[in-house]
Design a protein around this ligand. Structure first.
Ligand SMILES: Nc1ncnc2c1ncn2[C@@H]1O[C@H](COP(=O)(O)OP(=O)(O)OP(=O)(O)O)[C@@H](O)[C@H]1O
Ligand SMILES: [Mg+2]
Length: 329
């Protein structure tokens, strides 16, 4: 990429000017899509330089699948709670406008705080008239969870994602920018991101900012397709984030005497072999009960089977991270 071209790209991006990108495309005799790709690559490379400056070791794990109700939020809450009991410092990001994760950590959807995730996204995309806030402004403490902080969400995030997705360049890179700021704070061992049941652009932007993806799958035929689509999608995002790894697929809501489990579990194991976590998360009423109380299941029923299994899942995840055992997406 030539210096002049880079300078013009920078101007187009910093002025947020679609016209400038059009002009540049014409000048360079390139399709606009190619110029957009160049702009994204340019921004990505700049943020990679920032990454390299950060020596500390904060791991960003995203829980994702486009299959609704697979146990993403229950698992994100449980994993964060367990890590925090092990004295790890955790930042949660509720990437789902349903706000279910926020509710589990003391922020029900009717609170409508000013400093929710959508406001942070719009702030970093320079879409507000207000002066920018420091990243710490957007981070809330979780009452009762001294080692966990959260960036909360609610339904407003849906509209903000539309604004974000309408801008290819900044939209693609905005989560990466946010995560880089979090890394620079040097206050967290883990960032755990919960996502909405979708593989839309905003989930792509979250993948571009993540180190690892964990995919919950309920052992039924439909859910298997969900896991497969998520892995393919992660593969597409690796162009922008080559170090992105799928840490593994884990089975949730398992009732092992049920016919659908007996049929689907072998297919899951054959399809993804060692990329399937050994730990099975059992089906349990405790999950619903904790959800209804707005608590992580591991905090409400810490000595029961479901929580013990989540402990094992976290052990396995840490082991996989340490060994570097990952499914290249
Ligand atoms: N192990 C489990 N056993 C029984 N029920 C469970 C289990 N895990 C989650 N559930 C229940 O399944 C429902 C969906 O769970 P959860 O909200 O965690 O899924 P999700 O993937 O985050 O959903 P969404 O796609 O809507 O974000 C909830 O009612 C939850 O209580
Ligand atoms: Mg959820």
């Amino acid at each position: 990429m030539g210096l002049r071209y880079r300078k013009q790209l920078t101007t187009a991006i910093s002025e947020d000017s679609s016209e400038k990108l059009d002009e540049l495309a014409e000048e360079e005799g390139k399709p606009k899509g190619r110029v957009l790709d160049d702009a994204i690559k340019y921004l990505y490379n700049s943020s990679k330089k920032e990454d390299a400056k950060m020596e500390h070791n904060c791991k960003v794990i995203t829980i994702a699948t486009n299959k609704g109700g697979a146990g993403k939020t229950t698992s994100a809450a449980a994993i964060a709670d367990i890590l925090s009991r092990r004295e790890k410092r955790v930042l949660l990001i509720d990437g789902d406008p349903q706000g279910n994760l926020s509710k589990r950590f003391g922020y029900p959807p009717n609170m409508l705080p000013e400093n929710y995730l959508g406001a942070l996204i719009l702030d970093r995309m320079k879409k507000t008239d207000a002066a920018p806030h420091e990243i710490s402004y957007y981070i809330n403490q979780c009452p009762g969870f001294p080692h966990i902080d959260i960036i909360v969400s609610d339904l407003r995030l849906d509209g903000d994602y539309s604004v974000m997705n309408a801008e290819n360049v900044r939209g693609t890179i905005v989560f990466r920018k946010i995560i880089n700021e979090v890394r620079t704070m040097d206050q967290y061992d883990y960032v755990i991101i919960d996502t909405r049941p979708s593989l839309a652009n905003e989930v792509g932007a979250i993948f571009v900012a993540s180190d690892y993806i964990m995919i919950p799958v309920e052992p039924t035929e439909d859910a298997i397709f969900g896991a497969d689509a998520t892995i393919q999608f992660a593969g597409a995002c690796r162009d922008m984030n080559p170090k992105l790894s799928v840490l593994g697929i884990f089975m949730t809501k398992v009732y092992d005497r049920n016919k659908s489990f007996r049929e689907a579990a072998p297919v899951i194991r054959e399809s993804w072999e060692e990329d399937v976590f050994k730990t099975l998360i059992p089906r349990s009423q405790d999950a619903d009960n904790a959800g209804n109380e707005g608590k992580p299941v591991t905090a409400m029923f810490s000595n029961k089977k479901l929580s013990k299994r989540y402990e094992q899942l976290v052990d396995e995840a840490i082991e996989r991270i340490e060994k570097g055992v990952t499914l290249d997406a």
